[in-house]
Design a binder for this molecule. Sequence first.
Ligand SMILES: Cc1ncc(COP(=O)(O)O)c(C=O)c1O
Length: 478
Amino acid sequence: MKKQINQLECLARKLEPSTEQRKNLFEKAQKYGQNFLDNIGDLPAYEVDENMGKGVYDLPFEDSPKELDTILTLLKSEVDRSGLNPASGKHAGYIPGGGVYPSAVADYLAAVTNRYAGVFFSSPGAVRIENMCIRWMCDLIGYPDGASGNLTSGGSLANLIGLVVARDEADIKASNFSRAVIYTTRQVHHCVIKAINFAGLREAKVRTIPMDNRYRMNAKELNKQIESDKNEGLIPLTIFASAGTTDLGAVDPLDKIGDIADKHDLWFHVDAAYGGFFLLTDHGQKVMDGITKSDSVTIDPHKGLFLPYGSGALLVKDGQQLHDSQHMTANYLQDTLKATEETSPADLSPELSKHFRGLRMWLPLQLFGVQPFRAALNEKLMLSRYFYREIQKIDSIEVGPEPELSVLFFRYLPDNGDANTFNKKLTNEIHDDGRVFLSSTHIDGTVYLRLAVLNFRTHLDEIELMINVLKEKIELIQ
Ligand SMILES: Cc1ncc(COP(=O)(O)O)c(C=O)c1O
């Protein structure tokens, strides 16, 4: 038996590269990363490639190992080219990504040491880092000391947990789900509707409250609707407001909504996944006035803090409510109960084992300080306004409202033919060209192009290029 074990050990030890092998692996990967970033300015924002990454299947998993050089060549040709390049500053579609470099270093360190950041007992320092990030964001919202939260994979999960806490706090029974009412607008992110379904509330009533001419929830209508629902014996459960809608960047009137939530004693959640970090700016503070009145907030560091994908956060004003909703223990976890000085992330979300997400937020904040983040956000606010002003100089461009944050929409009105067809074509031309990326949407049947400025690599040069590409393509298809 020992002989057999030794033979297996011999094979299994290949999982632990030697110092030299590690150095070789790291240096090659690092060179790949450096090369990618050194050339990021020249890479297209969007690349149409007929192959669409199919070459990935040319390297199937086999018993025998492959060379890193072969693998990196495949990554470069099959993964890091085709499609959208969220690392590019010329990407201003959807809600742009980013990926500040220290987060990549933090992910590397987190993976090498593989600290278990779910439970305080297992890795007190790692949990303190996670909680420090949460505390910093709670301070940004203006939440009191007892607030708490969780670092999630993104905004969708944060919204889901927020809704589940609201549901649990209302202590509503399944037999009453069909009487429960959730208030939002048609502009809410679709992950909220998914969350309603995941939370078992598919039967609940979702009221899409009318909006003003800037696509913000009409607070008076909200109040009227809640009163009418109460009169009908329904159970108002939660208001899901947005601080920066994805489509149009609209911020609902949080202050007024907060008062209404308070008056009717219902949970007030703000989806600030996109807009939240603009609270670092004076303008953001003004636009999101009243966010402090919320019971919970979704805020995404992988959006407004420019982190790579995989970083969202849910913040809850009364941390005990989050704990009550998410906490559970088990026999095999009894040892962990010895250390309770800090709350454990595993008690505040459905996840037990998880990536040490705090490090990728903590390291850049420590290395850069907060100031460059604030400056970058102020810059993005101004860039979107600059774009908004400049495109109005193009004949026949129709713009939506001035951006509240950094998202705006517009369309071209052709002399002849259908405007929707023209603007779809315009979008496709911009995509096919690939130098810059803008996305499109439709509002009440009208097609618009959108600009969302949030990548930390988007500066004035990139915005000028976007304007020039737009002019060029309009001329081309006119
Ligand atoms: C306002 C808003 N909420 C929620 C989400 C979903 O976040 P995620 O993609 O991180 O799950 C997004 C994504 O763009 C968003 O813009």
